[in-house]
Design a protein around this ligand. Structure first.
Ligand SMILES: [Zn+2]
Length: 196
C-alpha cells in the first residue's frame, strides 16, 4: 500500500484508507500534498497572518487548505506568534517543543516519571502522544526510552523487560494502531498522585 508523507488533515491516515467518516476520503493524494506544500512553502518565507497566507498560497485556498492548516496547528508544526502571525516551527524547534508534553495529565507523568503500578498506562500514554504529534517510530522509541531513564522511572523498577528499549518495543502496537493518549494518561496520573 502506498504511504504518503503527510497525514490526511481530517483522519490522519497516510495511506489511501481513510476512516469511514473522513471528509477527504476520495480526495486525490496529490491535492492533499499540494495543500501541505502550499502552506509550508509560504510560511517558510516568514511568519504571516492567516489572511496573507491565504493570499500568497500558490494554489487557490479551499477547505482542504483550511483543514490542512488546522492539522498543522494542532500537530504543533505551525504556531501563532504573540503578534497573531502564523509561524512555521523549524524541525529542531518543533521537536524540542513536542518532546516535553504540556497537556495535563501528560505533563505530570512526564515530569514526575511513572511509578510501579502504572507503568503500562504511562508508557502507553507517552507513545500515543508522540505518535499523535507526528514523530516517527524511531523518534518515539528514542524519546520514550530517554524519558524512562531520565525521569527515574526505570530505576524505580517494576518492569518485566530487561531494558527500557524492550519496554518500548513491547508497546509498539500502541504506535501502530494510533490509540489516543488521554485515558491511559489519566489512569497513570491518578496512581502517581496517590504516591506523592
Ligand atoms: Zn482522511
Amino acid at each position: 500500500m502506498a504511504q504518503f508523507q503527510y497525514p490526511c488533515p481530517d483522519c490522519r491516515t497516510t495511506t489511501n484508507l481513510h476512516t469511514p467518516d473522513c471528509r477527504f476520503d476520495g480526495t486525490p493524494w496529490t491535492d492533499i500534498e499540494a495543500a501541505y506544500i502550499d502552506i509550508l512553502s509560504t510560511l517558510a518565507q516568514g511568519a504571516k497572518r492567516e489572511g496573507r497566507l491565504r493570499e500568497e498560497s500558490p494554489g487557490r485556498w479551499d477547505r482542504l487548505h483550511s483543514a490542512t492548516l488546522s492539522r498543522l496547528r494542532h500537530d504543533q508544526r505551525v504556531r501563532e506568534t504573540p503578534g497573531g502571525a502564523l509561524e512555521l516551527l523549524t524541525p529542531v524547534a518543533f521537536k524540542e517543543q513536542i518532546a516535553v508534553p504540556s497537556q495535563e495529565p501528560l505533563g505530570l507523568i512526564y515530569e514526575e516519571g511513572s511509578v510501579p503500578g502504572c507503568h503500562d498506562h504511562a508508557v502507553f500514554a507517552l507513545i500515543a502522544y508522540y505518535e499523535m504529534v507526528g514523530l516517527s517510530w524511531s523518534e518515539t522509541r528514542e524519546y520514550v526510552t530517554d524519558w524512562l531513564r531520565e525521569s527515574g522511572t526505570w530505576n524505580r523498577g517494576g518492569f518485566e523487560e530487561a531494558t527500557p528499549e524492550a519496554v518500548v518495543d513491547n508497546k509498539r502496537h500502541v504506535y501502530v494502531r494510533g490509540y489516543g493518549w488521554r485515558q491511559a494518561a489519566e489512569e497513570a496520573a491518578a496512581v502517581i498522585k496517590r504516591r506523592k
